[in-house]
Design a protein around this ligand. Structure first.
Ligand code: PEP
Ligand code: MN
Length: 339
């Protein structure tokens, strides 16, 4: 249930409500909005109806049930959009954020060259996988720690923030040490042990939608991270598997405004994995901005034909610079700024 406090409620009254919720077996989730404090009672509780008695507590304005299955990440509990903070970079606010870089970290030369190029074109975050969850065990699995160190070096050199994927619970601490944002890949969206572990990490998480996952499943996975203590979560639409084989995946564009309706979390679109084809990245990126995304994550490689993974969908630095010109124009139409 949601307990909306009066705008003049005191700290003692708020604490009293939290204590009552704990006594009923729920976990209080306090949201401090601009005007008032709203408290969510999360969990199973003792199954009794406490709404009536809570309504008569001093400082309480109203009590209503939460109907959405995802309680903490849903719009019912929190109407204000969440702004994820990565140091001084805000995602989900007025800025439109672009993350770009290679699919995998391959060599120092490849990463630094890409980092300099995407920085010059206006990206704010450098992407690059150090741990790669590949469909085939014979494919390149990533440079692991060596890759993390190269990413940290690129951040040092360019000032870009870093996003990289975490694949297992055991590696979480190590990846969190090096990276500014932790990416959960499509293949791990329902790795609940990993999601719970990420709930205890003090770094933002980009949660990619599983290739065969529904929007409800995506939001429930985000709920795992949030209820375990980390509310700095971003959702990523990266295309889903359909009967169509002409593209690598099918970009579910309508998911973007729908996620914005259902949840307060920022939404990022990955036009690279969503299409699998470099010529489609630019138009898909433009569509994502127009339909309400808060950011993009794009694969860029200085020599895509030599890439160790995802070459066909990687754009060249030159193409990326052209995409960024469009991003600035389209973002401005949506009253967002890029730099
Ligand atoms: C990636 O970002 O390179 C990646 C593996 O993406 P996804 O998990 O969406 O397939
Ligand atoms: Mn990739």
């Amino acid at each position: 249930m949601i307990i909306a406090m009066r705008s003049d409620a005191t700290e003692e009254q708020i604490e009293f409500v939290c204590e009552s919720i704990r006594n009923y077996g729920y976990k209080p989730h306090v949201i401090r909005g601009e005007e008032r404090v709203v408290i969510g009672a999360i969990g199973h509780g003792d199954k009794k109806d406490h709404m009536q008695s809570l309504r008569s507590v001093e400082g309480v304005e109203n009590v209503v049930p939460i109907l959405q299955p995802y309680k903490v990440v849903g719009r019912e509990l929190k109407q204000e959009k969440t702004v994820v903070r990565v140091g001084d970079l805000e995602i989900g606010g007025s800025r439109f954020v672009v993350m770009a870089g290679p699919c995998s970290v391959e060599t120092r030369e490849q990463l630094m060259e890409t980092a300099e190029a995407v920085k010059a074109a206006g990206a704010q975050v450098l992407r690059g996988g150090a741990y790669k969850p590949r469909t085939s065990p014979y494919d390149f699995q990533g440079l692991e720690v060596e890759g993390l160190k190269l990413l940290a070096e690129a951040r040092e050199r360019t000032g870009l923030k870093i996003i990289t994927e975490v694949v297992t619970t055991e590696d979480t601490e190590l990846v969190a040490e090096y990276s500014d944002i932790l990416q959960v890949g499509a293949r791990n969206m329902q790795n609940f042990a990993l999601l719970k572990r990420l709930g205890r990490v003090n770094k933002p998480v980009l949660l990619k939608r599983g290739m065969s996952s529904t929007i409800k499943e995506l939001l429930l996975s985000a709920e795992y991270i949030a209820t375990h203590g980390n509310d700095q979560v971003m959702l990523c639409e990266r295309g889903i598997r359909t009967f169509e084989t002409a593209t690598r995946n099918t970009l579910d564009l309508a998911a973007v405004p729908l996620l914005n309706e259902l949840s307060h979390l920022p939404v990022v679109v990955d036009p690279s994995h969503a299409t699998g084809k470099r010529s489609l990245v630019r138009p898909a990126a433009k569509a994502a901005i127009a339909i309400g995304a808060d950011g993009l994550i794009i694969e860029v490689h200085p020599r895509p034909h030599e890439a160790w993974s995802d070459g066909p969908q990687s754009v060249t630095p030159q193409m990326f610079a052209e995409i960024m010109d469009d991003v600035r124009r389209y973002a401005a139409m949506e009253s967002r700024h890029v730099n």
